[in-house]
Design a protein around this ligand. Sequence first.
Ligand SMILES: [Zn+2]
Ligand SMILES: [Zn+2]
Length: 283
Amino acid sequence: MATAKLNLNRQQALGVLAASVASFGVPSLILAADKPRGRKMILSFYCDDTSPSVAGVKAFQDFLDFCAEHNIAGESTCLLGSSGHSLCRNSNEQEQAFLDQVKRAWKCGIDTHMELMTHRGLFDCDANRETEGGVHEGLWLHEPAIAVAQCERYFGNIIAEGQRAGIQFTGLTWPGCGCAACTARYAALRAGGRGKPNPAMWQALLNLARQGKFRGRTVPCFFDSNEKVGAIHKKASEGPFGVYDLMPNAMDHFGIWENNPARVNADYYLSTDGKSGIIVRHL
Ligand SMILES: [Zn+2]
Ligand SMILES: [Zn+2]
């Protein structure tokens, strides 16, 4: 949207944003550094951890209805193995209803990202179950010893699971985890100067994009975040194919994954008088 200074209250300012901007879930503001001034996407959301088991299918359906009605574009992750087995095999009624909504998402303006398969331990596709006691998926993407071929096989298996149900992924969102094992290992990696994701991951995504495994030729990812330097970062590319980290520059103050009212703070985005908040700072 145009970057002229806003002098509106929150309700009016949000009206302007809704009319001009895209996307919904975990909030993130994105400044596309390579776009001409005045054509910046300033607000984007992603909705992660989507599965039928916590809020039920109806919640996701309502979310899609809302996005479609208000012309909101964004992404929502789909965890095909969050209940310990693949939702795409022998689905029960509830699971099938959820998959039907995921298939509908694209038409409602919502991309589908893999937040890997389980958001916990690595998934064993042959056995159709999560590997017990194994490394968690988000951390695994940071392990320096993992090779491109391993990443490509793992992502490829998830894409193939989606195909069983007619679901196509557009990108990848990092499954964050604060468990004791992940926290300790992340700290050790950071202390050794290896806190970034393993570059093999970006290359594996690029390889899969070149094989036509994703919806488009470019693969959007939500990985890193930073309130000051959020932007779009190219991670790997070849010809018309590319992998990008759409680094959010706002945090989640909508209750986080706990759905906790104490973690809701609209002023963080825009104060009631419309004069402060991270949206104003970025404008
Ligand atoms: Zn998540
Ligand atoms: Zn963990």
